[in-house]
Design a protein around this ligand. Structure first.
Ligand code: PLP
Length: 376
């Protein structure tokens, strides 16, 4: 029996039930369901949260990444076959966005401690076809953006952040979404800022990109029945925008709670078989703020640890079991030699984490981790 679920989404949304119902009712009664005031308000609020000029709502996080690369192609900044550097251990969506645009993913080994892009490995992977750095802020911690931006400037590269797991994460007070030329966000229900369905957004300080994206998400059109581009239908509808406006108000509060849970895990878990995640929050030179979308430990004995925790009623998940280059969909990359990435995928295990996980439950997870022993 599960007594501590990995993430209890019903309880997360129940805490805001009356506000969410009020917002839903407002949209139902308005008679306006797509492209209205709710979207405008959320776009303005989220842009201001990220401290950027523009936020463009789209249908989901994958589209946010796909359409940004697509817009750069429309603007003549990218062409078929250009190379996009991406951490090899990312979630599949980052890679799908690249190949969907006929661009070439260049898989780079991450830093094994932070799970994020390693600047030295990025430098070693640059070619005369490299045009974009896709910086994925995995598990809630920003990639090493100060150094990655320096590389991008030196080599005139576009920087696309994949911020799907890192709403509000920052370095030196500068948040995810405000580092690169553009940033894709997901508001999938389980993300730190989650809708009650699919939703996503792009943030950028570039007005030309903003304009192009607004057309591409809407049949390539700014003006009804006039298409500038062969666009798509990828819109963030009014009900989800209204849900997100309610939830954005509580985002910092839920991040604070996640940080408290993470600190209980980090201080409490003490077991030679379990390697704890490295947060750069104590880096006093570059103040880092980890938002702990996931608390990911590593162990050479994952199956046994997962079974042990499960027996004690604790649900864990694996983010992610198979790296992109080992997916059937990407068989052309299966012979790449990426040992750090493969080790990460063999060893990672995500502990329960979320805004309604109690501190007592977190202590119980700590005790369960500490009582783990190898079976003979
Ligand atoms: C969730 C996620 C996405 C995709 O977002 P969707 O809204 O599910 O399409 C992209 N990249 C990363 C790193 C993610 O975690």
């Amino acid at each position: 029996m599960t007594t501590i679920p990995f993430l209890d989404l019903a309880s997360v949304n129940r805490t805001l039930r009356s506000e969410l119902i009020e917002a839903t009712t407002r949209v139902i009664d308005s008679g306006w369901y797509i492209g209205g005031q709710e979207l405008e308000k959320f776009e303005a609020d989220f842009a201001s949260y990220c401290e950027v000029k523009h936020c463009i709502g789209v249908a989901n996080g994958l589209d946010a990444l796909i359409l940004t690369l697509r817009a750069w192609k429309e603007l003549g900044k990218l062409k078929d076959g250009d190379e996009v550097i991406v951490p090899a251990n990312t979630y599949i969506a980052s890679v799908l966005a690249i190949t969907e645009n006929n661009l070439t993913p260049v898989f780079v080994e991450p830093d094994s401690k932070t799970f994020n892009l390693c600047p030295e490995n990025v430098r070693a992977s640059l070619t005369d076809k490299t045009r974009v750095l896709m910086c994925v802020h995995l598990y809630g911690q920003l990639a090493d953006m100060p150094n990655l931006m320096t590389i991008a400037k030196e080599h005139d590269l576009l920087v696309l952040e994949d911020s799907a797991q890192s709403h509000g994460a920052s370095i030196d007070g500068k948040r995810a979404g405000n580092w690169g030329d553009a940033s894709g966000f997901s508001f999938y229900p389980g993300k730190n800022l989650g809708a009650l369905g699919d939703a996503g957004a792009i943030t950028t300080n570039d007005s030309e990109l903003n304009n192009t994206l607004r057309a591409i998400r809407n049949y390539g059109s700014h003006e009804k029945y006039k298409s500038l581009y062969q666009g798509v239908n990828s819109r963030l509808d009014e009900i989800q925008a209204a849900m997100l406006s309610v939830k954005l108000k509580y985002l910092d509060q839920t991040v604070a709670h996640r940080r408290e849970i993470a600190s209980i895990y980090t201080k409490g878990i003490d077991n030679n078989f379990i390697v704890l995640p490295v947060s750069k929050d104590s880096d006093v030179i570059n103040m880092h703020q980890h938002v702990w979308h996931l608390y990911v430990v590593r162990t050479e004995h994952r199956e046994q640890l997962q079974a042990h925790l499960s027996k004690l009623g604790i649900q864990t998940l694996i983010h992610y079991p198979i790296p992109p280059h080992k997916q059937q969909a990407y068989s052309q990359f299966s012979t790449l030699d990426l040992p750090i990435t493969e080790q990460i995928h063999n060893e990672v295990l995500s502990l329960p984490m979320g805004p309604t996980l109690s501190l007592e439950q977190a202590e119980e997870v700590v005790r369960a981790c500490n009582s783990f022993k190898l079976a003979n």
